[in-house]
Design a binder for this molecule. Sequence first.
Ligand code: 13P
Ligand code: ZN
Length: 274
Amino acid sequence: MKMTEAKFVQGFIRMANDGWEQGWHERNGGNLSYRVKAEEVDQVKENFMPGEWKPIGTSVPKLAKEYFLVTGSGKYFRNVILDPEDSVCMIELDETGENYRIVWGLANGGRPTSELPSHLMNHEVKMLASGGKHRVIYHAHTTNVIALTFVLPLEDKVFTRELWEMATECPVVFPDGVGVVPWMVPGGREIAVATSELMKKYDVAIWAHHGMFASGEDFDLTFGLMHTVEKSAEILVKMLSMQPNKRQTIMPEDFRNLAVDFKVTLPEEFLYEK
Ligand code: 13P
Ligand code: ZN
């Protein structure tokens, strides 16, 4: 099967384009990766032309021999739909989980996203925590969440609670809350370690003054998660722009009642008295 005819490749392309249309991917901002299923690898194997092994820049032994579809470094999300073979690549990891090689894509040269260490360390953590279900890691430059990182204290419990209060569906969509990484130099192992540490607890990590990482089982769930958090942030930005204080809001007891009806567990650490 031609690479771009495979359903998982089409899902990847659609998600990249949806993110572009949301305005989260100025220039080459953001990146996306998908851990490919063994049967999907088999569908497209005939297209592979393996390149040279290169160091990932970190170690992900539990992901040894896995395949990933990843956006290229410096590539624009707006171009993915027009020419996926130029913007995206499929990589294979070696048996140590320390090296990768491109097996398809980036037809005009290039390398996988500079955030590959963060993507792969997050994949490793989420794959183990979800019993193999999580397959998508998404990094976007979401405008309203970034704006809030200049205004709110950079604490998990403050971001979680404020985002939950902005839309009733939020605690149902991200009941575990969101984590916050303080400002760090992007693209390396250090920020990857800090992010993947938070991903043990959350499906969302905010990078102060930069953007967000989200993890999920498939393209719909992961895009939907990013969209829900960013929409909630947009409401908070609008609210704070009208007046500094809420006249009324969803109270801790309301969240507890919601948790019962919607059968989610909401950690008490986020239901503090203000
Ligand atoms: P890449 O173009 O290398 O994916 O980098 C974009 C980005 O958002 C870095 O954080
Ligand atoms: Zn970024």
